[in-house]
Design a protein around this ligand. Structure first.
Ligand SMILES: Cc1cc2nc3c(=O)[nH]c(=O)nc-3n(C[C@H](O)[C@H](O)[C@H](O)COP(=O)(O)OP(=O)(O)OC[C@H]3O[C@@H](n4cnc5c(N)ncnc54)[C@H](O)[C@@H]3O)c2cc1C
Length: 432
């Protein structure tokens, strides 16, 4: 009998499985799709392109949360060398991305007066405890001390760092927490060499030592007897286990559990999670368009981009160049194709403005609507203190992990961090 069954093979499920395996526990990972990776899946296609579900970077690179999981496994993520040529798109132009407070003091992006206000805002962020601001928005935080229209127009950039550009919706505590970490670490993001594929290869290698990964096997029911987990049922088998980690995203939990067993607060939270969506386009050209290696972020348009091939030739076959651009779709996007077409038009008009030679050079493009950019957008209601804990109250042996629960950081970091938290508790509470 395995020590734990893990449902879902994204960042969270694979990290928890690798950590438990590394500690000598026997694990079984169940994944309904044909490959591991979840929303960060990454594989080489038959034409030789590295296909990523969006472009995935890791905040704070080697000092970040994803690398912490790797360190616990005795590994390091193989990050590309840091290149300090990040850019911002603001008012239809491309600007050097300022580095740290001094960079913001010098940037020609804003008037001198606005730069001084922005520096004062950073100083305030530095001495604020995020815990005091999780329940309020970034705009509330800013307006509590400042009034400057130029800086207010710049706030979406701060929200965009945690993928929620609307200052009137993003939790101030989440932004403060992230910016404090960046200021302390002195590094931005790290790009794993060869995309996310390498991350999952390493995690799989650790799991394979004593555990199993079952692809194309969908968990149908978490079996519970006397408020204690006893196993998982799939279409193929029943896997008895004293511990189950649900890593498939909280909105799906009600499909696998008898509703009367789920704590009311968790059920209510899971049902009401607000997601965000984005349109992502991979562009292929026959020649390099620019030598920019770092990411590009929009300030007044919620856009992000990376010329993958400039930084890492592994992304495309010889003679081809891949770049990935994304744009956030409107709040509560409901799948309307005309909204996607409008977003694509907006993205392309921004690209034309900042790289006039780019679109005429494109020989192929692949579009993808990523309906869930963030498992849950970091609004005050979905900020860290309000997300469910990794341990399910009232059901012995059931753990929730992933970017919809109470991990640290934002986006994928929540998945890595919640996996570490759950693994720590399982290893300390349950001796083999
Ligand atoms: C386009 C895009 C770009 C992004 N960029 C970044 C970035 O640069 N940095 C960052 O940190 N984050 C980024 N994110 C967010 C990041 O991808 C997610 O936060 C992270 O991948 C979530 O991992 P997870 O393990 O929590 O969940 P998921 O990746 O969603 O994994 C859940 C898994 O469970 C499986 N599953 C579901 N139901 C069942 C079932 N019943 N039985 C078995 N298996 C099941 C699913 O198939 C899936 O594989 C991005 C997201 C997108 C969409």
């Amino acid at each position: 009998m395995p020590d734990a069954v893990i449902i879902g093979a994204g960042y969270a499920g694979m990290s928890a499985a690798a950590l438990l395996s590394h500690a000598g526990r026997k694990v079984v990972v169940l994944e309904e799709s044909e490959r591991v990776g979840g929303r960060a899946r990454s594989f080489r296609d038959e034409e030789g392109y590295l296909r990523e579900y969006g472009a995935h970077s890791h905040r704070l690179a080697h000092k970040g949360i994803a690398n912490e999981v790797f360190k616990r496994l005795g590994e390091e993520i193989d990050f590309l060398p840091e290149s300090k040529d990040g850019k911002l798109i603001f008012r239809g132009r491309l600007w050097e991305r300022p580095e740290g407070p001094i960079g913001f003091l010098k940037t020609p992006l804003l008037s001198i007066r606005a730069r001084l206000v922005l520096l004062a805002l950073f100083a305030k962020i530095k001495k604020t405890d995020p815990a005091d601001w999780y329940h309020r928005t970034l705009l509330d935080f800013y307006r509590a001390s400042f009034r400057n229209p130029e800086v207010e127009a710049f706030l979406p950039f701060l929200g965009m760092t945690i993928m929620c550009p609307d200052p009137n919706k993003v939790s101030a505590g989440e932004v403060i927490d992230f910016l404090k970490r960046v200021l302390a670490a002195g590094v931005g993001v790290g790009e794993p060499r060869g995309g996310s594929a390498g991350i999952f290869q390493t995690l799989s290698r650790h799991i394979d030592r004593g555990g199993e990964i079952h692809l194309r096997e969908r968990a149908e029911k978490i079996i519970i007897e006397n408020r204690r987990v006893t196993g998982v049922k799939t279409g193929r088998a029943i896997y008895p286990a004293p511990v189950v980690l649900f890593a498939a995203g909280l909105p799906l939990i009600a499909d696998l559990l008898d509703q009367t067993l789920l704590p009311a607060a968790v059920e209510k939270y899971a049902k009401n999670i607000e997601h965000s969506s984005g349109l992502v386009i991979d562009f292929i050209t026959n020649r390099p368009v620019t030598g920019i290696r770092s990411g590009i972020l929009g300030v007044d348009v919620p856009i992000w981009a990376r010329f993958q091939s400039s930084a890492d030739p592994l992304f495309a076959p010889a003679g081809k160049y891949l770049s990935t651009w994304g744009i956030m779709l409107p709040w509560h996007f409901d799948g309307d194709a005309s909204v996607v077409a409008g977003a694509e038009q907006k993205m392309k008009s921004v690209i034309s403005a900042v790289f006039p030679d780019f679109l005429p050079a494109v020989v192929d493009e692949r579009k993808m609507v990523a309906t869930v950019m963030n498992g849950n957008v970091l609004t005050p209601a979905q900020s860290k203190p309000n997300r469910p804990d990794v341990e399910c109250p009232g059901i012995e042996g059931l753990y929730f992990i992933g970017d919809t629960v109470r991990g640290d950081g934002c986006s994928g970091d929540i998945s890595f961090s919640s996996a570490m938290k759950a693994a720590d508790r399982i290893l300390s509470d349950r001796k083999p």
